[in-house]
Design a protein around this ligand. Structure first.
Ligand SMILES: NC(=O)c1ccc[n+]([C@@H]2O[C@H](COP(=O)([O-])OP(=O)(O)OC[C@H]3O[C@@H](n4cnc5c(N)ncnc54)[C@H](OP(=O)(O)O)[C@@H]3O)[C@@H](O)[C@H]2O)c1
Length: 328
């Protein structure tokens, strides 16, 4: 009996110094869990099951939008795909149905496609978007709106003409605002909006000012929206690093024309399929924010707060190698 008491006594005095390392994190975790129950937010919604849900994707004709179309179709969603390239959208719808048959995805909903130019705000007007809504499963409800379409730019702050800044804001910002404003009433409380932002919507990099600014604006608009009328509605903002989609070749140069050459950073970037999978997982898990980027890119977000001059110096060094920099 004495030996047992001694053992317990020795054992408890040995583990005592380590107890705070367990108790403090457990306490913080419990407080966090209690707070989560008290505060509103999409975490109160059930896990999002995409089967028989209507998903509308902008910019579905290539890159990430196309990869997302496959991912949502695989899960059994009814797709409404939009972009300007109708030939590519038509081919994509055929490919989706073919893949569904080959891989046994069992999706009974025929994907549909429509022309939508985000730079044409009259095109994104209520009457035009009403047609999109009518393509949904019940003719009324868009369960998930994916604001994905986007365009990039190359050129210095000084050389980029105002017309290019306006074009980028139209596609990357005003277009998404117009679509969202006109469709938000069709999105039920357990639905969601996915916003494809960028790491450049968190951290501005040199020689991409119009793109950086439009993505910062996009993040700000949706941050405001989620803190207004419907705090439980899931708005998932995705800030991705480089994705290998060839977007750099379509980026506008200072003359307003596509660059035509691929961006080496994007070529070495993540695969669009991998990014699409992570987005759909995060969406189903009811996340609010996804940062899909290497650790050093995430570190830059903290550096901007705590050591801004160091970050801007590093950006300056990076900009010195940019082909759009004027040689001294
Ligand atoms: N690639 C990257 O490294 C990267 C990194 C982070 C975030 N992102 C973001 O991911 C999203 C998708 O980009 P991506 O890489 O997949 O580029 P992408 O392959 O060039 O795709 C862009 C899509 O947007 C559509 N689009 C362009 N202008 C449009 C307009 N005026 N109206 C309607 N649709 C328009 C294009 O279709 P049409 O030309 O047929 O209209 C295309 O389907 C963008 O929001 C981008 O900012 C990309």
């Amino acid at each position: 009996m004495d030996r047992a008491t001694d053992f317990i006594h020795n054992y408890s005095s040995q583990i005592q110094p380590y107890l705070p390392y367990v108790v403090v994190p457990l306490g913080i975790y419990s407080v966090y869990k209690v707070l989560c129950r008290l505060i509103p937010g999409p975490h109160h919604q059930q896990r999002l099951v995409l089967r028989d849900k209507t998903v509308l994707i902008t910019g579905a004709s290539s890159g990430l939008g196309r990869a997302l179309a496959f991912e949502f179709y695989k899960k059994g969603a009814k797709l409404i795909l939009t972009a300007r390239s109708l030939d590519k959208l038509e081919a994509l719808c055929d490919e989706l149905e073919q893949a569904g048959k080959s891989y046994g995805w069992k999706n009974p909903h025929k994907p549909v496609f429509r022309y939508l130019d985000l730079a044409d705000l009259n095109g994104a007007s209520a009457s035009q978007l009403d047609d999109l809504r009518q393509q949904s499963i019940d003719g009324r409800t868009i369960d998930v709106l994916v604001n994905n379409a986007g365009q990039s730019v190359r050129g210095s702050c000084i050389d980029t003409p105002i017309s290019v800044h306006k074009q980028l804001m139209d596609v990357n910002y005003f277009g998404h605002v117009a679509v969202t404003k006109n469709l938000i009433d069709a999105i039920p409380d357990d639905g969601a909006i996915v916003v494809i932002g960028s790491m450049q919507g968190k951290i501005a990099v040199p020689y991409r000012s119009a793109y950086n600014a439009s993505k910062h604006a996009l993040q700000a608009y949706f941050d405001s929206l989620r803190s207004e009328d419907r705090p439980n509605l899931q708005i998932l903002t995705v800030s991705a690093g480089y994705i290998n989609t060839g977007m750099g070749a379509r980026a506008l140069g200072p003359d307003g024309r596509p660059m035509g050459t691929e961006d080496p950073n994007q070529k070495a970037g993540m695969s669009p399929d991998h990014v699409a999978q992570s987005i759909v997982e995060g969406l189903s898990d009811r996340k609010t924010e996804l940062i899909l980027a290497p650790f050093v890119h995430k570190l830059a977000i903290l550096m901007r707060i705590f050591t801004p001059n160091l970050l801007y110096w590093m950006m300056y060094r990076r900009g010195r190698n940019d082909p759009h920099r004027k040689m001294e």
